[in-house]
Design a protein around this ligand. Structure first.
Ligand code: NDP
Length: 400
Protein backbone atom coordinates (compact mmCIF):
# COMPACT_ATOMS: atom_id res chain seq x y z
CA UNK A 1 0.00 0.00 0.00
CA UNK A 2 1.87 3.06 -1.22
CA UNK A 3 1.27 6.53 -2.50
CA UNK A 4 2.70 7.29 -5.92
CA UNK A 5 3.24 10.61 -7.69
CA UNK A 6 3.07 10.43 -11.49
CA UNK A 7 4.56 13.44 -13.29
CA UNK A 8 3.52 14.12 -16.91
CA UNK A 9 0.01 13.92 -18.36
CA UNK A 10 0.79 12.99 -21.97
CA UNK A 11 0.04 9.71 -23.74
CA UNK A 12 2.43 7.73 -21.53
CA UNK A 13 1.15 9.39 -18.33
CA UNK A 14 -2.39 8.42 -19.27
CA UNK A 15 -1.41 4.75 -19.59
CA UNK A 16 0.58 4.77 -16.33
CA UNK A 17 -2.39 6.20 -14.42
CA UNK A 18 -4.72 3.59 -15.94
CA UNK A 19 -2.43 0.71 -15.09
CA UNK A 20 -1.73 1.93 -11.53
CA UNK A 21 -5.46 2.43 -10.94
CA UNK A 22 -5.99 -1.23 -11.90
CA UNK A 23 -3.80 -2.27 -8.94
CA UNK A 24 -5.07 -0.43 -5.87
CA UNK A 25 -3.51 -2.99 -3.51
CA UNK A 26 -0.07 -1.70 -4.59
CA UNK A 27 -0.85 1.89 -5.60
CA UNK A 28 -3.19 2.87 -2.80
CA UNK A 29 -3.19 6.61 -3.60
CA UNK A 30 -2.28 8.21 -6.89
CA UNK A 31 -1.51 11.83 -7.70
CA UNK A 32 -1.03 12.98 -11.30
CA UNK A 33 0.86 16.28 -11.61
CA UNK A 34 1.86 18.08 -14.77
CA UNK A 35 2.41 21.50 -16.33
CA UNK A 36 -1.18 21.74 -17.61
CA UNK A 37 -3.58 20.73 -14.84
CA UNK A 38 -6.60 20.44 -17.14
CA UNK A 39 -4.92 17.45 -18.86
CA UNK A 40 -4.49 15.77 -15.45
CA UNK A 41 -8.11 16.46 -14.57
CA UNK A 42 -9.35 14.98 -17.86
CA UNK A 43 -7.37 11.76 -17.29
CA UNK A 44 -8.53 11.61 -13.64
CA UNK A 45 -12.18 11.99 -14.68
CA UNK A 46 -11.80 9.10 -17.15
CA UNK A 47 -10.28 6.88 -14.45
CA UNK A 48 -12.98 7.76 -11.93
CA UNK A 49 -15.66 6.84 -14.49
CA UNK A 50 -13.95 3.60 -15.52
CA UNK A 51 -12.58 2.18 -12.26
CA UNK A 52 -14.16 4.32 -9.55
CA UNK A 53 -10.68 5.26 -8.38
CA UNK A 54 -10.01 8.81 -7.23
CA UNK A 55 -6.88 10.38 -8.70
CA UNK A 56 -5.56 13.57 -7.11
CA UNK A 57 -4.22 16.15 -9.55
CA UNK A 58 -1.84 19.09 -9.29
CA UNK A 59 -0.25 21.74 -11.48
CA UNK A 60 3.54 21.62 -11.32
CA UNK A 61 6.52 22.91 -13.23
CA UNK A 62 8.85 19.95 -12.82
CA UNK A 63 11.84 22.21 -13.49
CA UNK A 64 11.06 24.20 -10.33
CA UNK A 65 12.83 22.08 -7.68
CA UNK A 66 11.54 23.97 -4.59
CA UNK A 67 7.92 23.82 -5.81
CA UNK A 68 8.24 20.14 -6.67
CA UNK A 69 9.86 19.39 -3.31
CA UNK A 70 6.99 21.17 -1.56
CA UNK A 71 4.45 19.13 -3.54
CA UNK A 72 6.22 15.89 -2.59
CA UNK A 73 6.49 16.85 1.07
CA UNK A 74 2.78 17.66 1.10
CA UNK A 75 1.56 14.49 -0.69
CA UNK A 76 4.29 12.24 0.79
CA UNK A 77 4.56 9.68 -2.05
CA UNK A 78 6.81 6.64 -1.65
CA UNK A 79 7.99 7.13 -5.22
CA UNK A 80 7.75 9.28 -8.33
CA UNK A 81 7.08 7.88 -11.80
CA UNK A 82 8.54 10.48 -14.15
CA UNK A 83 6.79 10.43 -17.52
CA UNK A 84 7.25 14.13 -18.28
CA UNK A 85 10.01 14.93 -20.76
CA UNK A 86 13.70 13.97 -20.59
CA UNK A 87 14.53 17.66 -19.92
CA UNK A 88 13.02 17.34 -16.44
CA UNK A 89 14.87 14.20 -15.26
CA UNK A 90 17.54 15.97 -13.23
CA UNK A 91 15.26 18.47 -11.49
CA UNK A 92 12.86 15.67 -10.56
CA UNK A 93 15.78 13.59 -9.21
CA UNK A 94 16.92 16.66 -7.22
CA UNK A 95 13.46 17.07 -5.68
CA UNK A 96 13.29 13.33 -4.87
CA UNK A 97 16.56 13.66 -2.95
CA UNK A 98 15.24 16.72 -1.08
CA UNK A 99 11.97 15.03 -0.17
CA UNK A 100 13.26 11.47 0.41
CA UNK A 101 11.30 9.84 -2.44
CA UNK A 102 12.26 6.95 -4.77
CA UNK A 103 12.45 7.67 -8.52
CA UNK A 104 11.72 5.92 -11.83
CA UNK A 105 11.74 7.24 -15.41
CA UNK A 106 11.47 6.02 -19.01
CA UNK A 107 13.98 8.19 -20.90
CA UNK A 108 17.43 9.48 -20.04
CA UNK A 109 18.25 13.13 -19.48
CA UNK A 110 18.69 15.37 -22.48
CA UNK A 111 19.62 19.06 -22.25
CA UNK A 112 17.17 21.30 -24.14
CA UNK A 113 19.88 23.19 -25.97
CA UNK A 114 21.80 20.17 -27.38
CA UNK A 115 20.15 17.18 -29.09
CA UNK A 116 22.25 14.70 -27.16
CA UNK A 117 21.23 12.03 -24.70
CA UNK A 118 23.49 9.94 -22.51
CA UNK A 119 23.47 8.46 -19.02
CA UNK A 120 26.44 10.39 -17.60
CA UNK A 121 24.26 13.12 -16.07
CA UNK A 122 22.03 10.66 -14.23
CA UNK A 123 24.77 8.16 -13.33
CA UNK A 124 26.44 11.11 -11.57
CA UNK A 125 23.62 10.93 -8.96
CA UNK A 126 24.82 7.48 -7.81
CA UNK A 127 26.48 8.55 -4.56
CA UNK A 128 23.71 10.99 -3.59
CA UNK A 129 20.97 8.35 -3.98
CA UNK A 130 23.09 5.77 -2.15
CA UNK A 131 23.75 8.14 0.71
CA UNK A 132 20.07 9.04 0.96
CA UNK A 133 19.07 5.34 0.98
CA UNK A 134 16.90 5.96 -2.10
CA UNK A 135 16.49 3.98 -5.31
CA UNK A 136 16.45 5.57 -8.78
CA UNK A 137 15.52 3.25 -11.66
CA UNK A 138 16.34 4.61 -15.11
CA UNK A 139 14.78 3.85 -18.47
CA UNK A 140 11.80 1.68 -17.54
CA UNK A 141 9.63 2.01 -20.66
CA UNK A 142 9.78 -0.45 -23.57
CA UNK A 143 12.96 0.63 -25.28
CA UNK A 144 14.76 1.45 -23.06
CA UNK A 145 13.08 -0.75 -20.51
CA UNK A 146 11.66 -4.08 -21.61
CA UNK A 147 14.53 -4.46 -24.09
CA UNK A 148 17.00 -4.20 -21.17
CA UNK A 149 15.00 -6.77 -19.20
CA UNK A 150 14.80 -9.10 -22.24
CA UNK A 151 18.60 -8.90 -22.53
CA UNK A 152 19.12 -9.58 -18.82
CA UNK A 153 16.66 -12.49 -18.97
CA UNK A 154 18.41 -13.99 -22.00
CA UNK A 155 21.83 -13.63 -20.35
CA UNK A 156 20.54 -15.21 -17.14
CA UNK A 157 18.62 -18.16 -18.59
CA UNK A 158 19.75 -18.90 -22.12
CA UNK A 159 23.43 -18.07 -22.48
CA UNK A 160 26.75 -18.36 -20.69
CA UNK A 161 27.93 -15.34 -22.67
CA UNK A 162 26.01 -13.02 -24.98
CA UNK A 163 28.02 -11.74 -27.95
CA UNK A 164 25.71 -10.07 -30.48
CA UNK A 165 22.64 -8.02 -29.60
CA UNK A 166 20.26 -6.50 -32.12
CA UNK A 167 17.27 -4.66 -30.71
CA UNK A 168 14.57 -4.43 -33.39
CA UNK A 169 11.69 -1.99 -33.18
CA UNK A 170 8.88 -2.01 -35.74
CA UNK A 171 5.84 0.15 -35.64
CA UNK A 172 3.70 -1.64 -38.17
CA UNK A 173 0.66 0.44 -37.38
CA UNK A 174 -1.34 2.86 -39.46
CA UNK A 175 -2.90 6.00 -37.98
CA UNK A 176 -4.17 7.42 -41.26
CA UNK A 177 -2.27 10.74 -40.99
CA UNK A 178 0.20 11.92 -43.63
CA UNK A 179 2.86 12.45 -40.97
CA UNK A 180 2.79 12.05 -37.20
CA UNK A 181 5.16 10.88 -34.51
CA UNK A 182 4.15 8.25 -31.97
CA UNK A 183 5.43 10.08 -28.93
CA UNK A 184 6.39 13.66 -28.19
CA UNK A 185 7.37 14.96 -31.68
CA UNK A 186 10.13 17.20 -30.37
CA UNK A 187 11.88 14.39 -28.48
CA UNK A 188 11.21 11.88 -31.28
CA UNK A 189 12.58 14.05 -34.11
CA UNK A 190 15.65 15.02 -32.08
CA UNK A 191 16.32 11.30 -31.54
CA UNK A 192 15.92 10.00 -35.07
CA UNK A 193 17.66 12.79 -36.96
CA UNK A 194 20.94 12.23 -35.10
CA UNK A 195 23.80 10.24 -36.60
CA UNK A 196 23.38 6.48 -36.24
CA UNK A 197 25.74 4.83 -33.77
CA UNK A 198 26.42 1.23 -32.78
CA UNK A 199 28.94 -0.65 -30.68
CA UNK A 200 31.45 -3.08 -32.14
CA UNK A 201 34.60 -4.63 -30.64
CA UNK A 202 34.93 -2.08 -27.86
CA UNK A 203 34.26 0.98 -30.02
CA UNK A 204 31.33 3.18 -30.93
CA UNK A 205 30.93 3.46 -34.69
CA UNK A 206 29.13 6.55 -35.99
CA UNK A 207 27.32 6.56 -39.33
CA UNK A 208 25.21 9.17 -41.16
CA UNK A 209 21.51 9.09 -40.24
CA UNK A 210 19.55 6.21 -41.83
CA UNK A 211 22.55 5.01 -43.85
CA UNK A 212 22.46 1.36 -42.71
CA UNK A 213 19.24 -0.43 -43.66
CA UNK A 214 18.07 -4.05 -43.84
CA UNK A 215 14.62 -5.44 -44.54
CA UNK A 216 13.93 -7.52 -41.42
CA UNK A 217 11.10 -9.95 -40.90
CA UNK A 218 8.90 -9.30 -37.87
CA UNK A 219 6.64 -12.13 -36.65
CA UNK A 220 3.01 -11.69 -37.80
CA UNK A 221 3.98 -8.34 -39.29
CA UNK A 222 6.23 -9.31 -42.19
CA UNK A 223 9.30 -7.67 -43.69
CA UNK A 224 9.99 -4.01 -42.88
CA UNK A 225 12.85 -1.74 -43.84
CA UNK A 226 14.82 -1.31 -40.60
CA UNK A 227 17.50 1.33 -40.04
CA UNK A 228 20.33 1.45 -37.52
CA UNK A 229 19.88 4.41 -35.18
CA UNK A 230 21.49 5.19 -31.82
CA UNK A 231 19.27 4.38 -28.87
CA UNK A 232 20.02 5.04 -25.24
CA UNK A 233 19.85 1.49 -23.85
CA UNK A 234 22.87 0.50 -25.96
CA UNK A 235 25.06 2.63 -23.68
CA UNK A 236 24.05 0.90 -20.45
CA UNK A 237 23.78 -2.60 -21.96
CA UNK A 238 27.34 -2.67 -23.30
CA UNK A 239 28.52 -1.43 -19.89
CA UNK A 240 26.63 -4.10 -17.95
CA UNK A 241 27.21 -6.96 -20.41
CA UNK A 242 30.91 -6.61 -21.22
CA UNK A 243 30.91 -9.88 -23.22
CA UNK A 244 29.00 -8.08 -25.99
CA UNK A 245 31.06 -7.84 -29.17
CA UNK A 246 28.40 -5.88 -31.01
CA UNK A 247 25.18 -4.08 -30.06
CA UNK A 248 22.87 -2.31 -32.49
CA UNK A 249 19.37 -0.83 -32.53
CA UNK A 250 17.13 -1.05 -35.60
CA UNK A 251 13.96 0.96 -36.14
CA UNK A 252 11.53 0.71 -39.03
CA UNK A 253 10.65 3.79 -41.08
CA UNK A 254 8.41 3.91 -44.14
CA UNK A 255 9.63 5.73 -47.25
CA UNK A 256 6.87 8.33 -46.87
CA UNK A 257 7.91 9.02 -43.27
CA UNK A 258 11.56 9.45 -44.27
CA UNK A 259 10.60 11.82 -47.08
CA UNK A 260 8.64 14.02 -44.67
CA UNK A 261 11.53 13.93 -42.23
CA UNK A 262 14.01 14.96 -44.91
CA UNK A 263 11.81 17.89 -45.97
CA UNK A 264 11.34 18.97 -42.34
CA UNK A 265 15.11 19.02 -41.89
CA UNK A 266 15.88 20.64 -45.23
CA UNK A 267 13.51 23.55 -44.60
CA UNK A 268 14.90 24.10 -41.10
CA UNK A 269 11.84 22.99 -39.13
CA UNK A 270 13.87 20.50 -37.06
CA UNK A 271 16.06 23.35 -35.74
CA UNK A 272 16.48 23.76 -31.98
CA UNK A 273 18.15 27.20 -32.07
CA UNK A 274 15.77 30.11 -31.37
CA UNK A 275 14.88 32.30 -34.37
CA UNK A 276 13.16 35.72 -34.56
CA UNK A 277 9.55 35.52 -35.70
CA UNK A 278 7.45 38.70 -35.70
CA UNK A 279 9.48 40.11 -32.83
CA UNK A 280 9.33 36.91 -30.78
CA UNK A 281 11.92 34.20 -30.29
CA UNK A 282 10.62 30.81 -31.34
CA UNK A 283 12.26 27.40 -31.70
CA UNK A 284 11.30 25.85 -35.06
CA UNK A 285 10.99 22.30 -33.66
CA UNK A 286 8.72 23.50 -30.83
CA UNK A 287 6.55 25.28 -33.41
CA UNK A 288 6.46 22.12 -35.52
CA UNK A 289 5.29 20.16 -32.47
CA UNK A 290 2.39 22.60 -32.11
CA UNK A 291 1.15 21.93 -35.67
CA UNK A 292 1.73 18.18 -35.85
CA UNK A 293 -0.95 15.74 -34.66
CA UNK A 294 -0.86 15.15 -30.91
CA UNK A 295 0.49 11.58 -30.47
CA UNK A 296 -2.02 11.10 -27.64
CA UNK A 297 -4.88 11.64 -30.13
CA UNK A 298 -3.72 9.10 -32.72
CA UNK A 299 -5.29 6.12 -31.00
CA UNK A 300 -8.86 6.13 -32.20
CA UNK A 301 -8.33 4.81 -35.71
CA UNK A 302 -4.92 3.22 -35.22
CA UNK A 303 -4.68 -0.27 -36.68
CA UNK A 304 -1.83 -2.80 -36.71
CA UNK A 305 0.88 -3.69 -34.22
CA UNK A 306 4.14 -2.63 -32.71
CA UNK A 307 6.70 -5.45 -32.72
CA UNK A 308 9.77 -4.94 -30.56
CA UNK A 309 12.34 -7.49 -29.46
CA UNK A 310 15.91 -8.54 -28.89
CA UNK A 311 17.79 -10.84 -31.28
CA UNK A 312 20.75 -12.32 -29.45
CA UNK A 313 23.60 -14.60 -30.44
CA UNK A 314 26.00 -16.10 -27.92
CA UNK A 315 27.41 -19.23 -26.33
CA UNK A 316 25.74 -21.83 -24.13
CA UNK A 317 27.68 -24.94 -23.00
CA UNK A 318 30.36 -24.18 -25.57
CA UNK A 319 27.87 -24.06 -28.48
CA UNK A 320 26.64 -21.06 -30.44
CA UNK A 321 22.94 -20.31 -29.86
CA UNK A 322 20.49 -17.74 -31.16
CA UNK A 323 17.49 -16.40 -29.25
CA UNK A 324 14.74 -13.94 -30.17
CA UNK A 325 12.37 -12.57 -27.56
CA UNK A 326 9.67 -10.07 -28.56
CA UNK A 327 6.25 -8.59 -27.96
CA UNK A 328 3.63 -7.59 -30.51
CA UNK A 329 1.21 -4.97 -29.19
CA UNK A 330 -2.06 -4.11 -30.92
CA UNK A 331 -2.76 -0.38 -31.21
CA UNK A 332 -6.48 -1.06 -31.10
CA UNK A 333 -6.33 -3.21 -27.95
CA UNK A 334 -4.19 -0.51 -26.29
CA UNK A 335 -6.73 2.14 -27.26
CA UNK A 336 -9.70 0.10 -26.08
CA UNK A 337 -8.10 -0.39 -22.67
CA UNK A 338 -6.51 3.01 -22.02
CA UNK A 339 -7.63 5.46 -24.72
CA UNK A 340 -4.12 5.76 -26.19
CA UNK A 341 -2.15 4.06 -28.96
CA UNK A 342 0.36 1.22 -28.70
CA UNK A 343 3.54 3.28 -28.35
CA UNK A 344 2.24 5.06 -25.23
CA UNK A 345 0.91 1.71 -23.98
CA UNK A 346 4.17 -0.18 -24.46
CA UNK A 347 5.94 2.59 -22.50
CA UNK A 348 3.40 3.08 -19.72
CA UNK A 349 2.82 -0.58 -18.82
CA UNK A 350 6.53 -1.30 -18.04
CA UNK A 351 6.74 1.97 -16.07
CA UNK A 352 3.88 0.76 -13.87
CA UNK A 353 5.44 -2.72 -13.54
CA UNK A 354 8.83 -1.21 -12.60
CA UNK A 355 7.12 0.91 -9.94
CA UNK A 356 5.33 -2.20 -8.69
CA UNK A 357 8.70 -4.03 -8.46
CA UNK A 358 10.05 -1.20 -6.31
CA UNK A 359 7.01 -0.85 -4.07
CA UNK A 360 6.69 -4.58 -3.44
CA UNK A 361 10.41 -4.94 -2.70
CA UNK A 362 11.16 -7.23 -5.69
CA UNK A 363 13.63 -4.59 -6.72
CA UNK A 364 15.46 -2.81 -3.97
CA UNK A 365 18.79 -1.15 -3.29
CA UNK A 366 19.98 2.39 -2.74
CA UNK A 367 21.56 4.07 -5.73
CA UNK A 368 20.97 4.63 -9.44
CA UNK A 369 20.13 1.55 -11.50
CA UNK A 370 19.59 0.62 -15.12
CA UNK A 371 17.01 -2.10 -15.15
CA UNK A 372 19.20 -4.83 -16.66
CA UNK A 373 21.06 -4.75 -13.30
CA UNK A 374 17.90 -5.90 -11.46
CA UNK A 375 16.24 -9.35 -11.35
CA UNK A 376 14.40 -9.77 -14.69
CA UNK A 377 12.24 -12.75 -13.64
CA UNK A 378 9.39 -11.09 -11.69
CA UNK A 379 9.22 -8.28 -14.25
CA UNK A 380 8.96 -10.78 -17.15
CA UNK A 381 6.14 -12.54 -15.30
CA UNK A 382 4.21 -9.31 -14.87
CA UNK A 383 4.63 -8.41 -18.55
CA UNK A 384 2.64 -11.53 -19.41
CA UNK A 385 -0.03 -10.70 -16.83
CA UNK A 386 -0.46 -6.99 -17.50
CA UNK A 387 -0.84 -6.61 -21.23
CA UNK A 388 2.57 -7.11 -22.90
CA UNK A 389 2.99 -10.88 -23.32
CA UNK A 390 6.29 -11.98 -24.79
CA UNK A 391 7.27 -14.83 -27.08
CA UNK A 392 10.58 -16.54 -27.67
CA UNK A 393 12.18 -18.29 -30.61
CA UNK A 394 15.28 -20.49 -30.25
CA UNK A 395 17.97 -21.14 -32.79
CA UNK A 396 16.35 -19.26 -35.64
CA UNK A 397 17.98 -17.26 -38.41
CA UNK A 398 18.19 -13.77 -36.89
CA UNK A 399 18.78 -12.27 -40.38
CA UNK A 400 21.39 -9.90 -38.93
P1 NDP B 1 3.96 14.01 -24.10
O1 NDP B 1 4.60 15.17 -24.73
O2 NDP B 1 2.65 13.50 -24.65
O3 NDP B 1 3.71 14.30 -22.55
C1 NDP B 1 4.67 14.90 -21.74
C2 NDP B 1 3.97 15.48 -20.54
O4 NDP B 1 4.95 16.11 -19.70
C3 NDP B 1 2.94 16.55 -20.90
O5 NDP B 1 1.80 16.37 -20.11
C4 NDP B 1 3.67 17.84 -20.55
O6 NDP B 1 2.86 18.91 -20.15
C5 NDP B 1 4.49 17.40 -19.35
N1 NDP B 1 5.57 18.34 -19.12
C6 NDP B 1 6.44 18.87 -20.00
N2 NDP B 1 7.26 19.74 -19.41
C7 NDP B 1 6.89 19.78 -18.10
C8 NDP B 1 7.35 20.50 -16.98
N3 NDP B 1 8.36 21.38 -17.04
N4 NDP B 1 6.72 20.29 -15.79
C9 NDP B 1 5.69 19.42 -15.68
N5 NDP B 1 5.22 18.72 -16.72
C10 NDP B 1 5.81 18.90 -17.91
O7 NDP B 1 5.03 12.83 -24.07
P2 NDP B 1 4.78 11.26 -24.02
O8 NDP B 1 3.72 10.96 -23.03
O9 NDP B 1 4.67 10.75 -25.40
O10 NDP B 1 6.20 10.77 -23.44
C11 NDP B 1 6.51 10.88 -22.07
C12 NDP B 1 7.92 10.38 -21.80
O11 NDP B 1 8.04 9.03 -22.20
C13 NDP B 1 9.02 11.14 -22.57
O12 NDP B 1 10.09 11.36 -21.70
C14 NDP B 1 9.42 10.18 -23.67
O13 NDP B 1 10.75 10.37 -24.06
C15 NDP B 1 9.25 8.86 -22.94
N6 NDP B 1 9.08 7.71 -23.84
C16 NDP B 1 9.81 6.58 -23.57
C17 NDP B 1 9.69 5.47 -24.38
C18 NDP B 1 10.37 4.20 -24.01
O14 NDP B 1 10.03 3.15 -24.59
N7 NDP B 1 11.29 4.17 -23.09
C19 NDP B 1 8.86 5.48 -25.59
C20 NDP B 1 8.05 6.69 -25.73
C21 NDP B 1 8.20 7.76 -24.89
P3 NDP B 1 1.93 19.74 -21.20
O15 NDP B 1 0.73 18.90 -21.30
O16 NDP B 1 1.71 21.06 -20.56
O17 NDP B 1 2.72 19.82 -22.47
Amino acid sequence: MSKVLIIGAGGVGQVVVHKCAQHPSVFSEIMLASRTKSKCDKIAAGIEAKYGVNIKTAKIDAEDVPALTRLMKRFKPKMVINVALPYQDLTIMDACLEAGVHYLDTANYEPKEVAKFEYSWQWAYQERFKKAGLMAVLGCGFDPGVTNVYTAYAAKHHFDEIHYLDIVDANAGSHGKAFATNFNPEINIREITQNGKYYENGQWIEIPPHSLMKPLNYPEVGPKNSYVIFHEELESLVKHFPTLKRARFWMTFGDEYLTHLRVIQNIGMAGIEPIDFKGKKIIPLEFLKAVLPNPGDLGENYTGFTSIGCRIRGIKNGKEQTYYVYNNCSHKAAYDETGTQGVSYTTGVPAMIGAMMMLTGEWKGAGVWNIEQLNPDPFMKKLNEYGLPWHELHNVDLEI
